[in-house]
Design a binder for this molecule. Structure first.
Ligand SMILES: Nc1ncnc2c1ncn2[C@@H]1O[C@H](COP(=O)(O)OP(=O)(O)O)[C@@H](O)[C@H]1O
Ligand SMILES: [Mg+2]
Length: 378
């Protein structure tokens, strides 16, 4: 079906006297998806630019290497290739781990296709599913953030009032009960205070309107770094890799401070609790084209070219909490609230931005994709 449409379209193009299309190699090279052509002996016939980056080799190096130098002989990719050769069909495999001496990548979709005109040759295309999945995830964060918002409003309203009544009553009783029972009234008072503190922490999730303007993200990062280094991260070396030409973020400074502070605090806790030998936290800013996000319920797409990364060399995010990482009350720490990342997700979502997480032992990265402050604010 697809082929018919394409052929019909091509014949239309042909009739309109358009210039000759570029050759196949040029087309494939421009494709942002890694594509590799193997000959019947599994030697590289061709790699496009994206494949050079993906596999960590140049075309010149690849011409001298069999693919077994890049992927271990027992890699499931070879089973796919053999299947394609034997049955002359296209095979796609999702969520594969591609690893070799030069790389290790998870969640890759690999597509292997035979070339009818070249018996034994196989075309491989690799697609990183994590980008697509992170968009998916962000939408989940949005709904998580929304449920938190509603919950915060209800909690604040329904819990705080009776709570102050309970606390007041306990205080009144304190003066009239025996000394032994005073212990109990004090317990009631202290526990009421603890609930009140929790409710107040939840209130930051409330949907209050906030001002947005041009925020210099480097000032935000430096502010948080100073806070961290005079307090909870005093013993941890920081590294910065800032792109000084970065334009301003469209956002709210205080909220962005809260976001970065939470990420840096988690990073510090990860390296401290993980007893990392030479701990370090790295803050990175960069400009990256091509990240766009559809706004929910609209056809408008928002450009998110500013990337802010907080990286640590701690033990990584525990597997069991990964699927719910951004939900409220999800924590792996005995004294944790599990509200930090829920708040981060809410604020970034309010900013129209996106969060990506990449974590393995020794390297955890939270990447924020944020919009630019437009020159023409309309
Ligand atoms: N940089 C990190 N490295 C490892 N684990 C992390 C990191 N950041 C967050 N986490 C995990 O995510 C959990 C939730 O974080 P958060 O929402 O900030 O709550 P809290 O810090 O109160 O536990 C943490 O308990 C921890 O298990
Ligand atoms: Mg935290």
């Amino acid at each position: 079906m697809k082929a018919t449409v394409t052929r019909a379209a091509l014949s239309l193009i042909g009739r309109r006297d358009t210039p000759r299309p570029p050759d196949n190699a040029a087309l494939l090279s421009a494709l942002p998806i890694p594509v590799v052509l193997l000959d019947p002996e599994n030697r590289f016939r061709f790699l496009n630019h994206a494949a050079e980056q993906f596999l960590g080799v140049s075309s010149a190096q690849a011409a001298r290497l069999p693919i077994t130098e890049l992927l271990p002989a027992d890699s499931p990719v070879f089973l796919m290739i053999e299947h394609v050769r034997r049955h002359e069909v296209t095979v796609a495999d999702y969520d594969m781990t591609i690893e070799g001496p030069r790389m290790r990548k998870h969640g890759i979709t690999v597509q292997a296709t035979p070339l009818p005109e070249e018996p034994g040759a196989v075309l491989l295309a690799f697609q990183d599913a994590s980008a697509a999945r992170s968009l998916d995830r962000q939408l989940t964060f949005r709904s998580a953030a929304r449920s938190v918002t509603g919950m915060a409003a209800i909690l604040a309203h329904e819990v705080k009032n009776p709570l102050s009544g309970i606390r007041g009553a306990a205080q009144l009783l304190e003066s009239s009960v025996s000394e032994a029972d005073q212990e109990l009234t004090v317990l009631i008072r202290d526990e009421a205070d603890r609930i009140r503190a929790l409710v107040e922490r939840m209130e930051v999730f409330g949907d209050k309107p906030f001002d947005r303007g041009a925020v210099n993200i480097h000032r935000v990062l430096e502010h948080v770094r100073r806070l961290a280094q005079t307090g909870f991260a005093a013993a941890i070396p920081f590294h910065e890799a800032y792109d000084p030409s970065l334009p301003a973020v469209l956002g709210n400074r205080d909220q962005l401070v809260q976001v970065i502070l939470n990420l840096v605090k988690n990073a510090a806790e990860a390296v401290i609790d993980g007893e990392v030998e030479s701990p370090e936290i790295t803050l990175i800013t960069a400009y990256q084209h091509g990240m766009r996000l559809a706004m929910p319920g609209s056809t408008r797409r928002m450009e998110l070219p500013l990337v802010v990364t907080v990286r640590d060399n701690g033990p990584g995010i525990p597997d069991d909490i990964r699927p719910n990482l951004f939900d409220p009350f999800v924590t792996s720490r005995a004294s944790g609230s599990g509200l930090g990342l829920a708040l981060v997700a809410k604020i970034i979502s309010d900013h129209g931005g996106l969060i990506e997480v990449d974590s393995r032992p020794g390297r955890t990265e939270f990447r924020l994709h944020l919009p630019i402050f437009p020159d023409d604010p309309s």
